[in-house]
Design a protein around this ligand. Sequence first.
Ligand SMILES: [Fe+2]
Length: 189
Amino acid sequence: MNAIGSPYTVAASRRMTPERYEHVLAVAACAAELAELHGGDRREAETAGLLHDYARELAAEELLQIAESRGLIRYELERRVPVLLHGPVGAILVRSELGVESLSVLRAIETHTVAAPGMDQLAKIIYLADLIAEGRNCPIAKKLRMVAPDDLDQALRLALAFSIRYLLKTGKLIHPQTVAAWNYFLDKR
Ligand SMILES: [Fe+2]
């Protein structure tokens, strides 16, 4: 698969291992497909898919340092689990380094790991595509692949429930924004 004729492929590949680059290409393709099915913007979906892990290879200290200097830290647990910051830091970097200005794309990159209440269509698509793109085999992927083409909100609820259940089961911290997203999308039913 090749991406897509996007102007951002080279920039993305420079920031990533070949494996991760393959993953973002798969997410971009999956997101473009979902956007088309749901009447969204295919181009924006490709861009967000390609760039969602732009900051994923940064070391924890670097993520923390950028997040601190840009005032991105909102919860103490982000200092304890700096990898959770690769979304917000990625959004900042693709804006400053690549000139991406679409708020929807930036927000989708920002929220793709911990989710957020009020995620727009593109943010939902990227969150889901990250779980169901080719090469992903999380236990809920199969179910999500069936639901996402019809109902993004329902797929998102399933994904959030899975994620929260997994975090509880494995005794991990849960980002408050993930819980807020769960409450928000449950109310939307
Ligand atoms: Fe990510």
